[in-house]
Each structure stands twice: as C-alpha cells, then as structure tokens.
Design a protein around this ligand. Sequence first.
Ligand code: ZN
Length: 493
Amino acid sequence: MIAIRRTPPWPVLTLLAFVLPSAPRAQEPFEIPRELRDNAARLAERALDSGLALEIAASLTTEIGPRLAGSEQEARAREWGVRTLEALGFADPRVQTFEIDYWTRGELDAEITAPFPQDLVATALGGSAASPPEGLEAEIVFFDSYDDLAAAATATATATATTSATATARDGVVAGRIVYVNDRMVRAQTGAGYGPANRKRQRGWIHAERLGAAALVIRSVGTSNDRFAHTGMMSLPAELERPRIAALAVSNPDADQIERMAAAGGAVRMRLRSTAGFRGRRESGNVIAELPGADLAEQIVLIGAHLDSWDQGTGAVDDAAGVAVVTAAAKLIAELPEPPRRTIRIVYFGAEEVGLRGALHYAEANAEDVPRHVIATESDFGAGRVWRFASGVSRDVDAAMDAVARELMAYGVVPGGRDVRSGGPDITPLADAGVPTVRFEQSGEDYFDLHHTPNDTLDKIDPAALAQNVAVWAAGIYLLANLDVEYRFSEAP
Ligand SMILES: [Zn+2]
C-alpha cells in the first residue's frame, strides 16, 4: 500500500540496503502437493452440492431463534450446539461456561412531541439504562456527527471551548436535554463504513453523560432505509461506571424526520420511556469440538463463529450463517478418507454481541494452549459470498499463502493482503496473544441492511452464497491444516 512516487535519493537506497535483509525475503514459489490440491477441489465441489450449511442455519434459527447472551435461549443454543456437533461425529463436544452481566432491552416507546407530534420507531442500545419509570420529555440537541459531540464534550471538560464554534454553541446547552447524533453509515463491500458510524453507538453515551444529557438518541448504525432500528452494544470501558442514561437508536427514516425538523430551526422535543437495564449475573458459554489431526495433531487450526445473537431477529446472518459455514466445512473435511494433519477445532463463541465475553474467556481459560493455535479465523460477517482471502501469518510463508490464494481463485476469491490483525471479532484476543490469523472476507455490501435488526431472519440467507462460503472454507481450511509450513511468527508481531 506504499506508493513510491519518486526515485529515492541515494541516502535512502543506502539505508534500504541495511533494512532489506530483515524484511521478508523473495521466496521460491510454493508448490502445494497434487493430492492436497485434488482433495481441496473435491471438497469445494461437494460443498457446492451440499445443503448441510443451510440445514444447520435453519435448525438453529428455527429451533432456538433469538439467542441473547445470558438468556435461556442462549443456554438452549449451547445444548443445540453440543447435540449438533455430536450428531455430525466431531470429537468431544463440550461447553466452557463463564458468567456475564445480563442485559435486556425491556420496553421502549419514543415519540416526537413538538413541533410535529408523532411516534418514532426506535430500539434500546445494549448496555443502556432505563429512563425514569414515567419516561422523560426534553428538547433535543442536534449533533451532525459523533465528532461534533466528542468535541463539545472535550471542550466542556477542559473549559477551553472558546476556539470551537460547535463547542461554544453547545456549552451548557446539553444539560437536561436529549443528545441526538446523526451521522450516516456509508455502504461498502468491505464494511468499512461501520467503524466510523459505530462510534456514536459505542462512545456517544460517555460524551452525552459528561455534558449532563438526560438521554442519548442516535441514527441507526446501518445502511437500510427500512423502518426498523438497528441495535448493538455500547462500549463499557472498565474504568467507567455503567451508563446511567437511556440510549436508543431510531430507524433511518425516523432519523431523516428528526433531521428535517431540526433543520427548520425550531425546538424539537422528544418523549421517551425505556425499561432497559442489567439484570444481574447469568451463565454464558462457548461450545467446542474437534476434528482430531494426524501427525501434527497438537497444532490447532481454530474455526469459529458466535452462537449468541441479538434478540430482535433470529440471528440468521449474524451469526447462524457463520456457525453453519464452519461446521459444514469441517464436516466435509471429516468425510475425506484421511484426517487432516493438524487438529481442526470448532468453537461456537458465546456472548459475542455484548463485548466478546466468550472470546476473552476462551483466550484466558486456554492460555496454556494458545501457542498450540497455529491459525485462527471466524465467520462473522453475514452470509454474502467470500470475495477475498487475506492473512496475518509469518512472512516466511508468503509463498505458501500465495499458493493457497491461487487455489481459492477458482471459487471467485481474489488474493488479499498480508496485514490481517485479527481473523474476526472473537479471534481478536487470540491474535493479540500472537496467534496467526487468516480471513475469508465476505462481501458486506448488504450486510448492514440487516445487521442487528428484526429483519435478520433465515430467508435473507442466499443458499448459493452460503454454499460458496462452505466451498471456500472447506478448501482453504483443508489446505491450511495440511501444508508443511510454520505459520507462527518467529517473534511476537
Ligand atoms: Zn456477529
């Protein structure tokens, strides 16, 4: 990604001469043994013909449905996971339990009371507090963007607001009012619009509380113009107390209404009532099983997805699709006459949506085994087709990763970068502990139309796209589990 626009002057070249020996060496092309290539192609072919992934996604979303972290349904999903992995013949299906703070959304009503009274379609944000029982009514303070809100809060905190027009305009205005944050999410294949748009959901409450706001309302973090609101977790940094204010997202069309009313210049007033909140400690858990390896069995290739979902839909694309893809891919590999050289471990993480609780617990509880994880990756980006393969493994095996990427091109996947920092949300704690990762990147163009909404249901999974995922995962994971290379970094990345 570095664009060299000019011939470097000589001193730079001299410097490069010292730098180059430690940079990745040009490598001999890596030849994947014929037998492995044939098996990978066979796996992909079978995956494209198999309905197993769709059956798994249908079973989880129908027989369990919504699976909020810490709920009864999530507990039933763990039993479902063990049953399913057992029935498919995987070794030692088991549950690794842990406790979480259990949050539920309760009831919520929100309406505009002035200048043009009307109901709003809204939903509480994960981690938010209840409003006063009778609800609250206040004028909104309209922030065009998260950055404006953050600037106002910072200016107030440091009492040097004089240089910021936004901050001076807001200073002292927010107290007792409802902070409204409007930034829109940009649609993109990579999902790159999510991070920037999501800051208001994650950290908006911190600034709103600092400014003395009565509540936080945000435009949904999502690309749909359908009239439903996108939920999702707020960030709860360990050093801060829990949110004390109600926080909610309104649907994109409702946000447009608020934007038009605010643009007219008069006061916009809102009334809201929410009974959201934490309800004590509850059990969650990860479901784990293996396809044992042959001569390199002590090395683990971890393929994961998350079992919990938000409560509004049935968690089909997020993340029953991921559960289905990794399970079906591993099952196809298990059906080959010879086991893979390395052990393939399936992990259905619990409590992902509420702050990667299962992933953090897994990395902690398995700390001694972390060095045995030689590849880790997760399917958690909907049910769209895989379009790119990228890696974050030792640069000494660049040529081998090129060779894997070449095999995957047959299924519509282009080679991607070498700079993967994590193989998925639940892989982050392992990646932070030095575990190499890969990503089978899915097209996220439409993912955020559904993400965390009541519309995340089974019918949104395209069977052909799901089968393509299984084909790419089965072929890719099979190769990674069998290649004669060392993925681990020689020193910590
Ligand atoms: Zn997810």
